[in-house]
Design a protein around this ligand. Structure first.
Ligand code: ADP
Ligand code: MG
Length: 704
C-alpha cells in the first residue's frame, strides 16, 4: 500500500510547517534533514550557506591547477564508455588552451549519448591529476546551446552544511522551494527586528536578506559575499547575535528575579585579613572588591566574571569576598579546574584563614574514603566555612549547610551549562548562592558581551607594583647548550628556574617520560645543581614534596610538565625555559610565562623551538617576544585563531553560530546590545520568538 503524500496547501503554510509538506520530501529525507536540525520550513530558510563557490569566472583548461575547483567551458572531442572493474564514462574535452577528461562512474545511457562530438559544455568541479593528465570526477555540468552563453544561475553558488545522503543539489533545490513559499507569502516568517532599527541601520528586511544569501543575484558583489560582509549577511548575523545575546539576558533576568543571601555591612574578618597581608591592595583590586561587595549586598544572586591577567591578585579579592560571606554566617566554595591548582589554593586559604580561626576543608577525587567522609561531614554541618576543591565539590554526595558564595577559578574551562549547573546545585529553599567566576584568559570586551551576556564583568587591569616585565626570547633547539649555560648561571646567582616540558604527545605517559628524560639530561649536564621534577603521574605526595622544596628554595631547577600551567606561585623563580614552544598556543604560553616575573627580580623566559617554524608559530612567538600584556595577547590570539578556540571547544560548541563570526562581526555588538534592551523593554513578545528561531526550541541556555 502506498501512502498518499500530503499536498502542500499554500494558504495554511506557516514557518512551523514541517518540511515534509515540501515537494519531494518523504519520511526518509525528513529524517535526514532532522539530523541537520531542519524540521520546519523556517528551519530550512535559516539553514544558511556556510560559504559560496565562485563560479563567476571561466578558467582556461591550460591554466587549471590540480586541487582547485574551477569552471571550464569546453567542447567534447570524444566520449567513451570503458569497462575497468566497472563501467566508466570518459569524456575528453578541450577549449583550445588544453584538454581534460571528465570521469563518471554513475551515469545513464542517455547521459552518455548526449556527449556528442562538438557539444559545448560548461562544467564545475575539482580538478585533479589523473593517470592521463588533468581530470574532473563527476563534475556538475550543463550543455550549452552555443559557446559563450551567459550563466543563467547565480554567480556564487551556496554551499550548505550537509550530511550523508543529502547533497548540495538537493539542499539548493529545497531552499529554492522554501524561498518560493516565502515569496508567495512573506508573512510566513514574521519580521522580528523593530521597524525603526531596520530604517535607521538601513538593514534589508528578513525575507530580502534570506533570498539574497540563498540565491545571490548575478550582479552580486562577489568579494563581499565571500567574506561575509554583504549587508544581507550582516543583517542575518546581527539577528543571530541578537538572539544569543537575548537568551543570555533572559537567563540573567531569571537570576535577577531569584533570591540570594543579603551579605552587607562591615566585616571584622575581612578587615583582619587585610591587616594581615604584607601588602596593600592595588587600586584595581579595591575597585573590583567594591563591585563584588555591592553585588553581595543585594537580595539577588551575583553573577560576576572577574577578569585579570595572570598574577594580578584575583585570589586575594576572592578571599575577601569569601570572608564577607563567612562573617555573615554563610559558607563559601572555591572550585578550581585541576587538583594541583585546587591544592595550591587550599594552601593559600589555609595560611590566610587559620590565623582568623577559620578552617577551610579540602575536597578532591583522590581523597581517601575516611578523609572524604570527614570533609563531607564538615561541609554538611557548616563547620567548614570554606570548601576548596575540584568538580568534586559539586557532586551529589556533597551538601552544604548554608552555601552563600561559589567562586570558580579559571572560567575558560567551564561553559554556560556548568555555570548553570553550579547555580542549581547551590540552590536551597528557592535561594541561590552568589557566583564569582575568575579567569586569567582575557576575553575581548565584544566577545564577553556575546558569550557572557548573563554576567557582569569586572577587570583587574593593574599588576601589583614592583613586578618587572618578563624578557622573552625565542631560541632554536640547536642552541640548547647555551640555554643550559644560562640556567646554570642564573642558579649560581641564587635564582630559581622552571624548565617546562609541555604536552606534545597525546599520551600523558609519554609526556611524563619526556620530563623525566629532560630532568636526567639536565642533572648530568649540571651536576652541582639541585634539580627537581614534577609531573602528572607522580604520586601526590612526591609532587607536593617537590613543590615544597622548590618553594623553600632547596630545589634550584624544577623540571615540570604543564601541571604548573596555572596558579603556582614562587616569587623567587625568575627564569623559565619552555620546550617545544612552537607547538603551544598563545594562551598557554602566556599562562606558563606568568609563573615568572612575580618578584622584583628581572625575569626571563626562553622559548625553545624546533626549526623550521610555520608562519603561524612564528607569529605566536613574535607576539610573546614583544608583549607581556595579557589583553594584547588575547587580542592577537583572537586574530590568529578565531573566537571558537579562544573560548574553548565546549563553549564554542554551545555558541554554534550559523552565520555570524565573532571576529568579523564584532562591530555589530554595541548595536546588538542596544537592540536587546529595546526589545526586552518594548517588544518582549518578540524575544522568545527570536531565541527560538536561532537557538531552537529547547534552548540550550534556558535551563540545565
Ligand atoms: P592571580 O590569581 O590573579 O593569578 P594571585 O592572586 O595568585 O594572582 O596573586 C599573585 C601573587 O601576587 C600572590 O603571591 C599574591 O600574594 C600577590 N599579590 C596579590 N595582590 C597583591 C598586591 N596588591 N600587592 C603585592 N602582591 C600581591
Ligand atoms: Mg590564579
Amino acid at each position: 500500500m502506498r501512502s498518499v503524500a500530503p499536498q502542500p496547501v499554500a494558504y495554511s503554510l506557516r514557518g512551523d510547517t514541517p518540511v515534509r509538506y515540501l515537494r519531494g520530501v518523504g519520511p526518509q529525507l525528513a529524517d535526514k534533514l532532522a539530523r541537520l536540525e531542519v524540521r520546519t520550513l523556517s528551519d530550512l530558510l535559516f539553514h544558511l550557506p556556510l560559504r559560496y563557490q565562485d563560479r563567476s569566472k571561466v578558467t582556461p583548461i591550460g591554466a587549471l591547477r590540480a586541487g582547485q575547483p574551477a569552471v571550464i567551458e569546453a567542447v567534447v572531442e570524444l566520449a567513451d564508455t570503458v569497462i575497468r572493474h566497472r563501467r566508466v564514462l570518459l569524456v575528453r574535452v578541450s577549449d583550445g588552451s588544453g584538454a581534460l577528461t571528465l570521469r563518471f562512474f554513475h551515469f545513464k545511457q542517455s547521459q552518455a549519448e548526449a556527449f556528442g562530438r562538438g557539444v559545448h559544455l560548461r562544467c564545475y568541479g575539482e580538478v585533479r591529476l589523473g593517470a592521463a593528465g588533468l581530470e574532473m570526477v563527476h563534475p556538475e555540468y550543463r550543455i550549452l546551446k552555443d559557446a559563450g552563453a551567459p550563466p543563467e544561475e547565480a554567480v556564487l553558488t551556496p554551499v550548505y552544511p550537509a550530511t550523508e545522503g543529502i547533497g548540495q543539489a538537493k539542499l539548493r533545490a529545497l531552499a529554492g522551494q522554501a524561498l518560493q513559499w516565502l515569496g508567495d507569502d512573506p508573512a510566513l516568517l514574521p519580521e522580528l527586528l523593530p521597524e525603526e532599527l531596520l530604517r535607521q541601520a538601513h538593514m534589508p528586511s528578513l525575507s530580502e536578506a534570506l533570498r539574497y544569501v540563498h540565491r545571490p543575484p548575478t550582479d552580486a558583489p562577489v568579494a563581499a559575499l565571500m567574506d561575509g560582509s554583504h549587508p544581507a549577511q550582516q543583517r542575518l548575523a546581527f539577528e543571530e547575535l541578537l538572539a544569543h545575546h537575548l537568551s543570555l539576558r533572559q537567563l540573567r533576568q531569571k537570576a535577577d528575579r531569584s533570591r540570594a543571601p543579603v551579605i552587607a555591612g562591615e566585616s571584622a574578618l575581612a578587615d583582619k585579613f587585610l591587616g594581615s597581608l604584607s601588602f596593600p591592595l592595588t587600586g584595581a583590586q579595591q575597585r573590583v572588591a567594591r563591585e563584588i561587595l555591592q553585588d553581595l549586598s543585594r537580595p539577588h544572586p551575583m553573577m560576576r566574571l572577574l577578569q585579570g591577567d595572570v598574577g594580578c591578585g584575583k585570589t586575594v579579592v576572592a578571599a575577601l569576598a569569601a570572608l564577607h560571606c563567612i562573617g555573615a554566617g554563610w559558607q563559601a566554595a572555591f572550585m578550581a579546574p585541576t587538583e594541583l591548582l585546587a591544592e595550591q589554593h587550599y594552601r593559600s586559604f589555609l595560611s590566610w584563614f587559620a590565623p582568623l580561626g577559620l578552617e577551610p576543608v579540602w575536597l578532591a577525587a583522590r581523597l581517601s574514603a575516611a578523609q572524604r567522609a570527614l570533609s563531607l561531614e564538615k561541609i554538611r554541618s557548616g563547620q567548614a566555612a570554606l570548601a576548596v576543591g575540584t568538580h568534586a565539590l559539586f557532586q551529589t554526595a556533597v551538601s552544604f549547610a548554608r552555601l552563600g558564595l561559589v567562586i570558580v577559578d579559571e572560567q575558560h574551562r567551564f561553559g554556560v551549562h556548568q555555570r548553570l549547573a553550579l547555580r542549581e546545585k547551590g540552590a536551597q529553599a528557592g535561594a541561590y548562592p552568589h557566583q564569582l567566576i575568575m579567569t586569567a584568559t582575557p576575553i575581548p570586551r565584544t566577545l564577553a558581551m556575546t558569550a557572557y551576556a548573563d554576567l557582569d564583568v569586572s577587570a583587574i587591569d593593574e599588576l601589583p607594583p614592583g613586578r618587572t616585565p618578563v624578557k622573552t626570547a625565542a631560541v632554536s633547539e640547536r642552541r640548547r647548550s647555551e640555554v643550559v649555560a644560562r640556567v646554570h648561571h642564573a642558579c649560581r646567582a641564587g635564582r630559581q628556574v622552571y624548565w617546562v616540558c609541555p604536552l606534545i604527545e597525546e599520551s600523558e605517559v609519554l609526556q611524563c617520560q619526556a620530563a623525566e628524560d629532560t630532568a636526567a639530561a639536565l642533572t648530568a649536564a649540571l651536576p652541582k645543581l639541585n634539580i627537581g621534577l614534577v609531573h602528572g603521574r607522580m604520586p601526590a605526595r612526591l609532587k607536593e614534596r617537590a613543590m615544597a622544596h622548590f618553594r623553600a628554595g632547596d630545589i634550584q631547577l624544577l623540571v615540570a610538565t604543564t601541571v604548573i600551567e596555572v596558579g603556582v606561585d614562587v616569587p623567587n623563580a625568575s627564569l623559565m625555559i619552555i620546550e617545544n614552544a612552537e607547538r603551544l598556543g598563545l594562551a598557554q604560553l602566556h599562562q606558563l610565562r606568568g609563573r615568572v616575573g612575580r618578584g622584583a627580580l628581572e625575569s626571563g623566559c626562553v622559548m625553545l623551538y624546533h626549526a623550521p617554524l610555520s608562519t603561524a608559530a612564528r607569529a605566536r612567538l613574535e607576539v610573546m617576544r614583544t608583549t607581556n600584556d595579557g589583553f594584547e595577547i588575547a587580542r592577537r590570539d583572537l586574530e590568529l585563531r578565531g573566537p571558537g578556540e579562544l573560548l574553548g571547544t565546549r563553549q564554542a560548541g554551545e555558541l554554534r553560530l550559523r552565520i555570524a563570526d565573532l571576529t568579523r562581526d564584532a562591530p555589530l555588538i554595541p548595536r546588538v546590545q542596544q537592540t536587546a534592551g529595546l526589545l526586552l523593554e518594548r517588544y518582549p513578545e518578540r524575544v522568545t520568538a527570536l531565541v527560538t528561531r536561532w537557538l531552537g526550541d529547547g534552548s540550550r541556555y534556558r535551563e540545565v
